[in-house]
Design a binder for this molecule. Structure first.
Ligand SMILES: NC(=O)c1ccc[n+]([C@@H]2O[C@H](COP(=O)([O-])OP(=O)(O)OC[C@H]3O[C@@H](n4cnc5c(N)ncnc54)[C@H](OP(=O)(O)O)[C@@H]3O)[C@@H](O)[C@H]2O)c1
Length: 229
């Protein structure tokens, strides 16, 4: 373990796992939680960004790893690294997300695999992570926060795979809250609003950036939700 990580770990025993910390809301969450003196574990697929983050944050309580949420043995490897360094998580932010094929088109014009690939990340990837950490890698009163979207509760044309995958995950967390709530764990969804990020630019390239939320504002709201827990 990095000496700085070891030393600074004493400052706060709260640890968060933020999936998809390489851009947008995930990266903003990394900064905001670090600023609030949390230990932060994160991952994403882009090696160049993970390696740049390791450099930029080398004096912070951050562990950043390359991992594809859809691949079970990637998750096993990074969870092992996080556990050896930070122990159990107090919070898990299920932020990594996949928009799907762009430009957005009607569901009946897509192939089944276009749906499958979005669900592979937004539903099965998240579920796989929850299953791996819920039993022995989270503290008793840990909170799981699914980053959802209004597209998961309001039907918009063109948002079939994304909207239905978010809705499915939201519903599963409501079930898990009933199943696991008595253990002290919490399962919630959090809608960050329309933010100025790569994903939003791909989905709605005509939206003016000045009309979109700064992901750092959403990250601060999310920190508040988690800390009020
Ligand atoms: N932007 C909005 O207006 C908006 C609104 C409502 C909800 N959201 C939700 O907010 C979350 C963050 O999105 P964003 O807007 O910040 O978009 P973004 O900048 O495109 O970020 C998406 C993140 O997910 C990661 N990711 C995607 N697939 C992954 C996989 N298979 N394994 C590991 N990491 C993966 C990406 O990292 P790598 O590419 O490095 O893997 C990236 O860090 C998403 O769940 C999105 O649905 C966004």
């Amino acid at each position: 373990m990095d000496n700085n990580v070891k030393r600074n770990e004493q400052m706060n025993n709260k640890t968060v796992l933020i999936t998809g910390g390489t851009s947008g809301l995930g990266r903003a969450c990394v900064d905001v939680f670090l600023e609030a003196v949390w230990n932060v574990a994160t991952f994403g697929r882009r090696f160049n960004i993970i390696s740049e983050m390791r450099d930029v944050y080398r004096n912070k309580n951050l562990i950043a790893e390359v991992c594809d949420l859809r691949i079970s043995n990637h998750l096993d490897s990074v969870l092992d690294i996080f556990h050896k360094n930070f122990g159990k998580f107090d919070a898990v932010i299920l932020n990594a997300g996949e928009l799907g094929k762009t430009p957005l088109i009607n569901s009946s014009d897509l192939e089944l695999n276009d749906f499958r690939s979005v669900f592979e990340t937004n539903f099965f990837g998240n579920l796989s992570l929850i299953m791996k950490v819920v039993r022995n890698q989270t503290k008793g009163n840990a909170i799981f926060v699914h980053i959802t979207s209004d597209a998961g509760s309001t039907p918009y044309p063109g948002w079939g795979p994304y909207g239905s995958s978010k809705a499915a995950m939201d519903f599963l967390l409501r079930i898990m809250q009933l199943e696991e709530g008595k253990t002290g764990k919490r399962f919630i969804s959090f809608d960050p609003g329309d933010m100025n990020t790569e994903m939003h630019r791909l989905a709605l390239p005509d939206d003016a950036p000045e009309n979109l939320k700064d992901p750092y504002d959403s990250a601060r709201e999310l920190l508040d939700v988690v800390e009020r827990r």
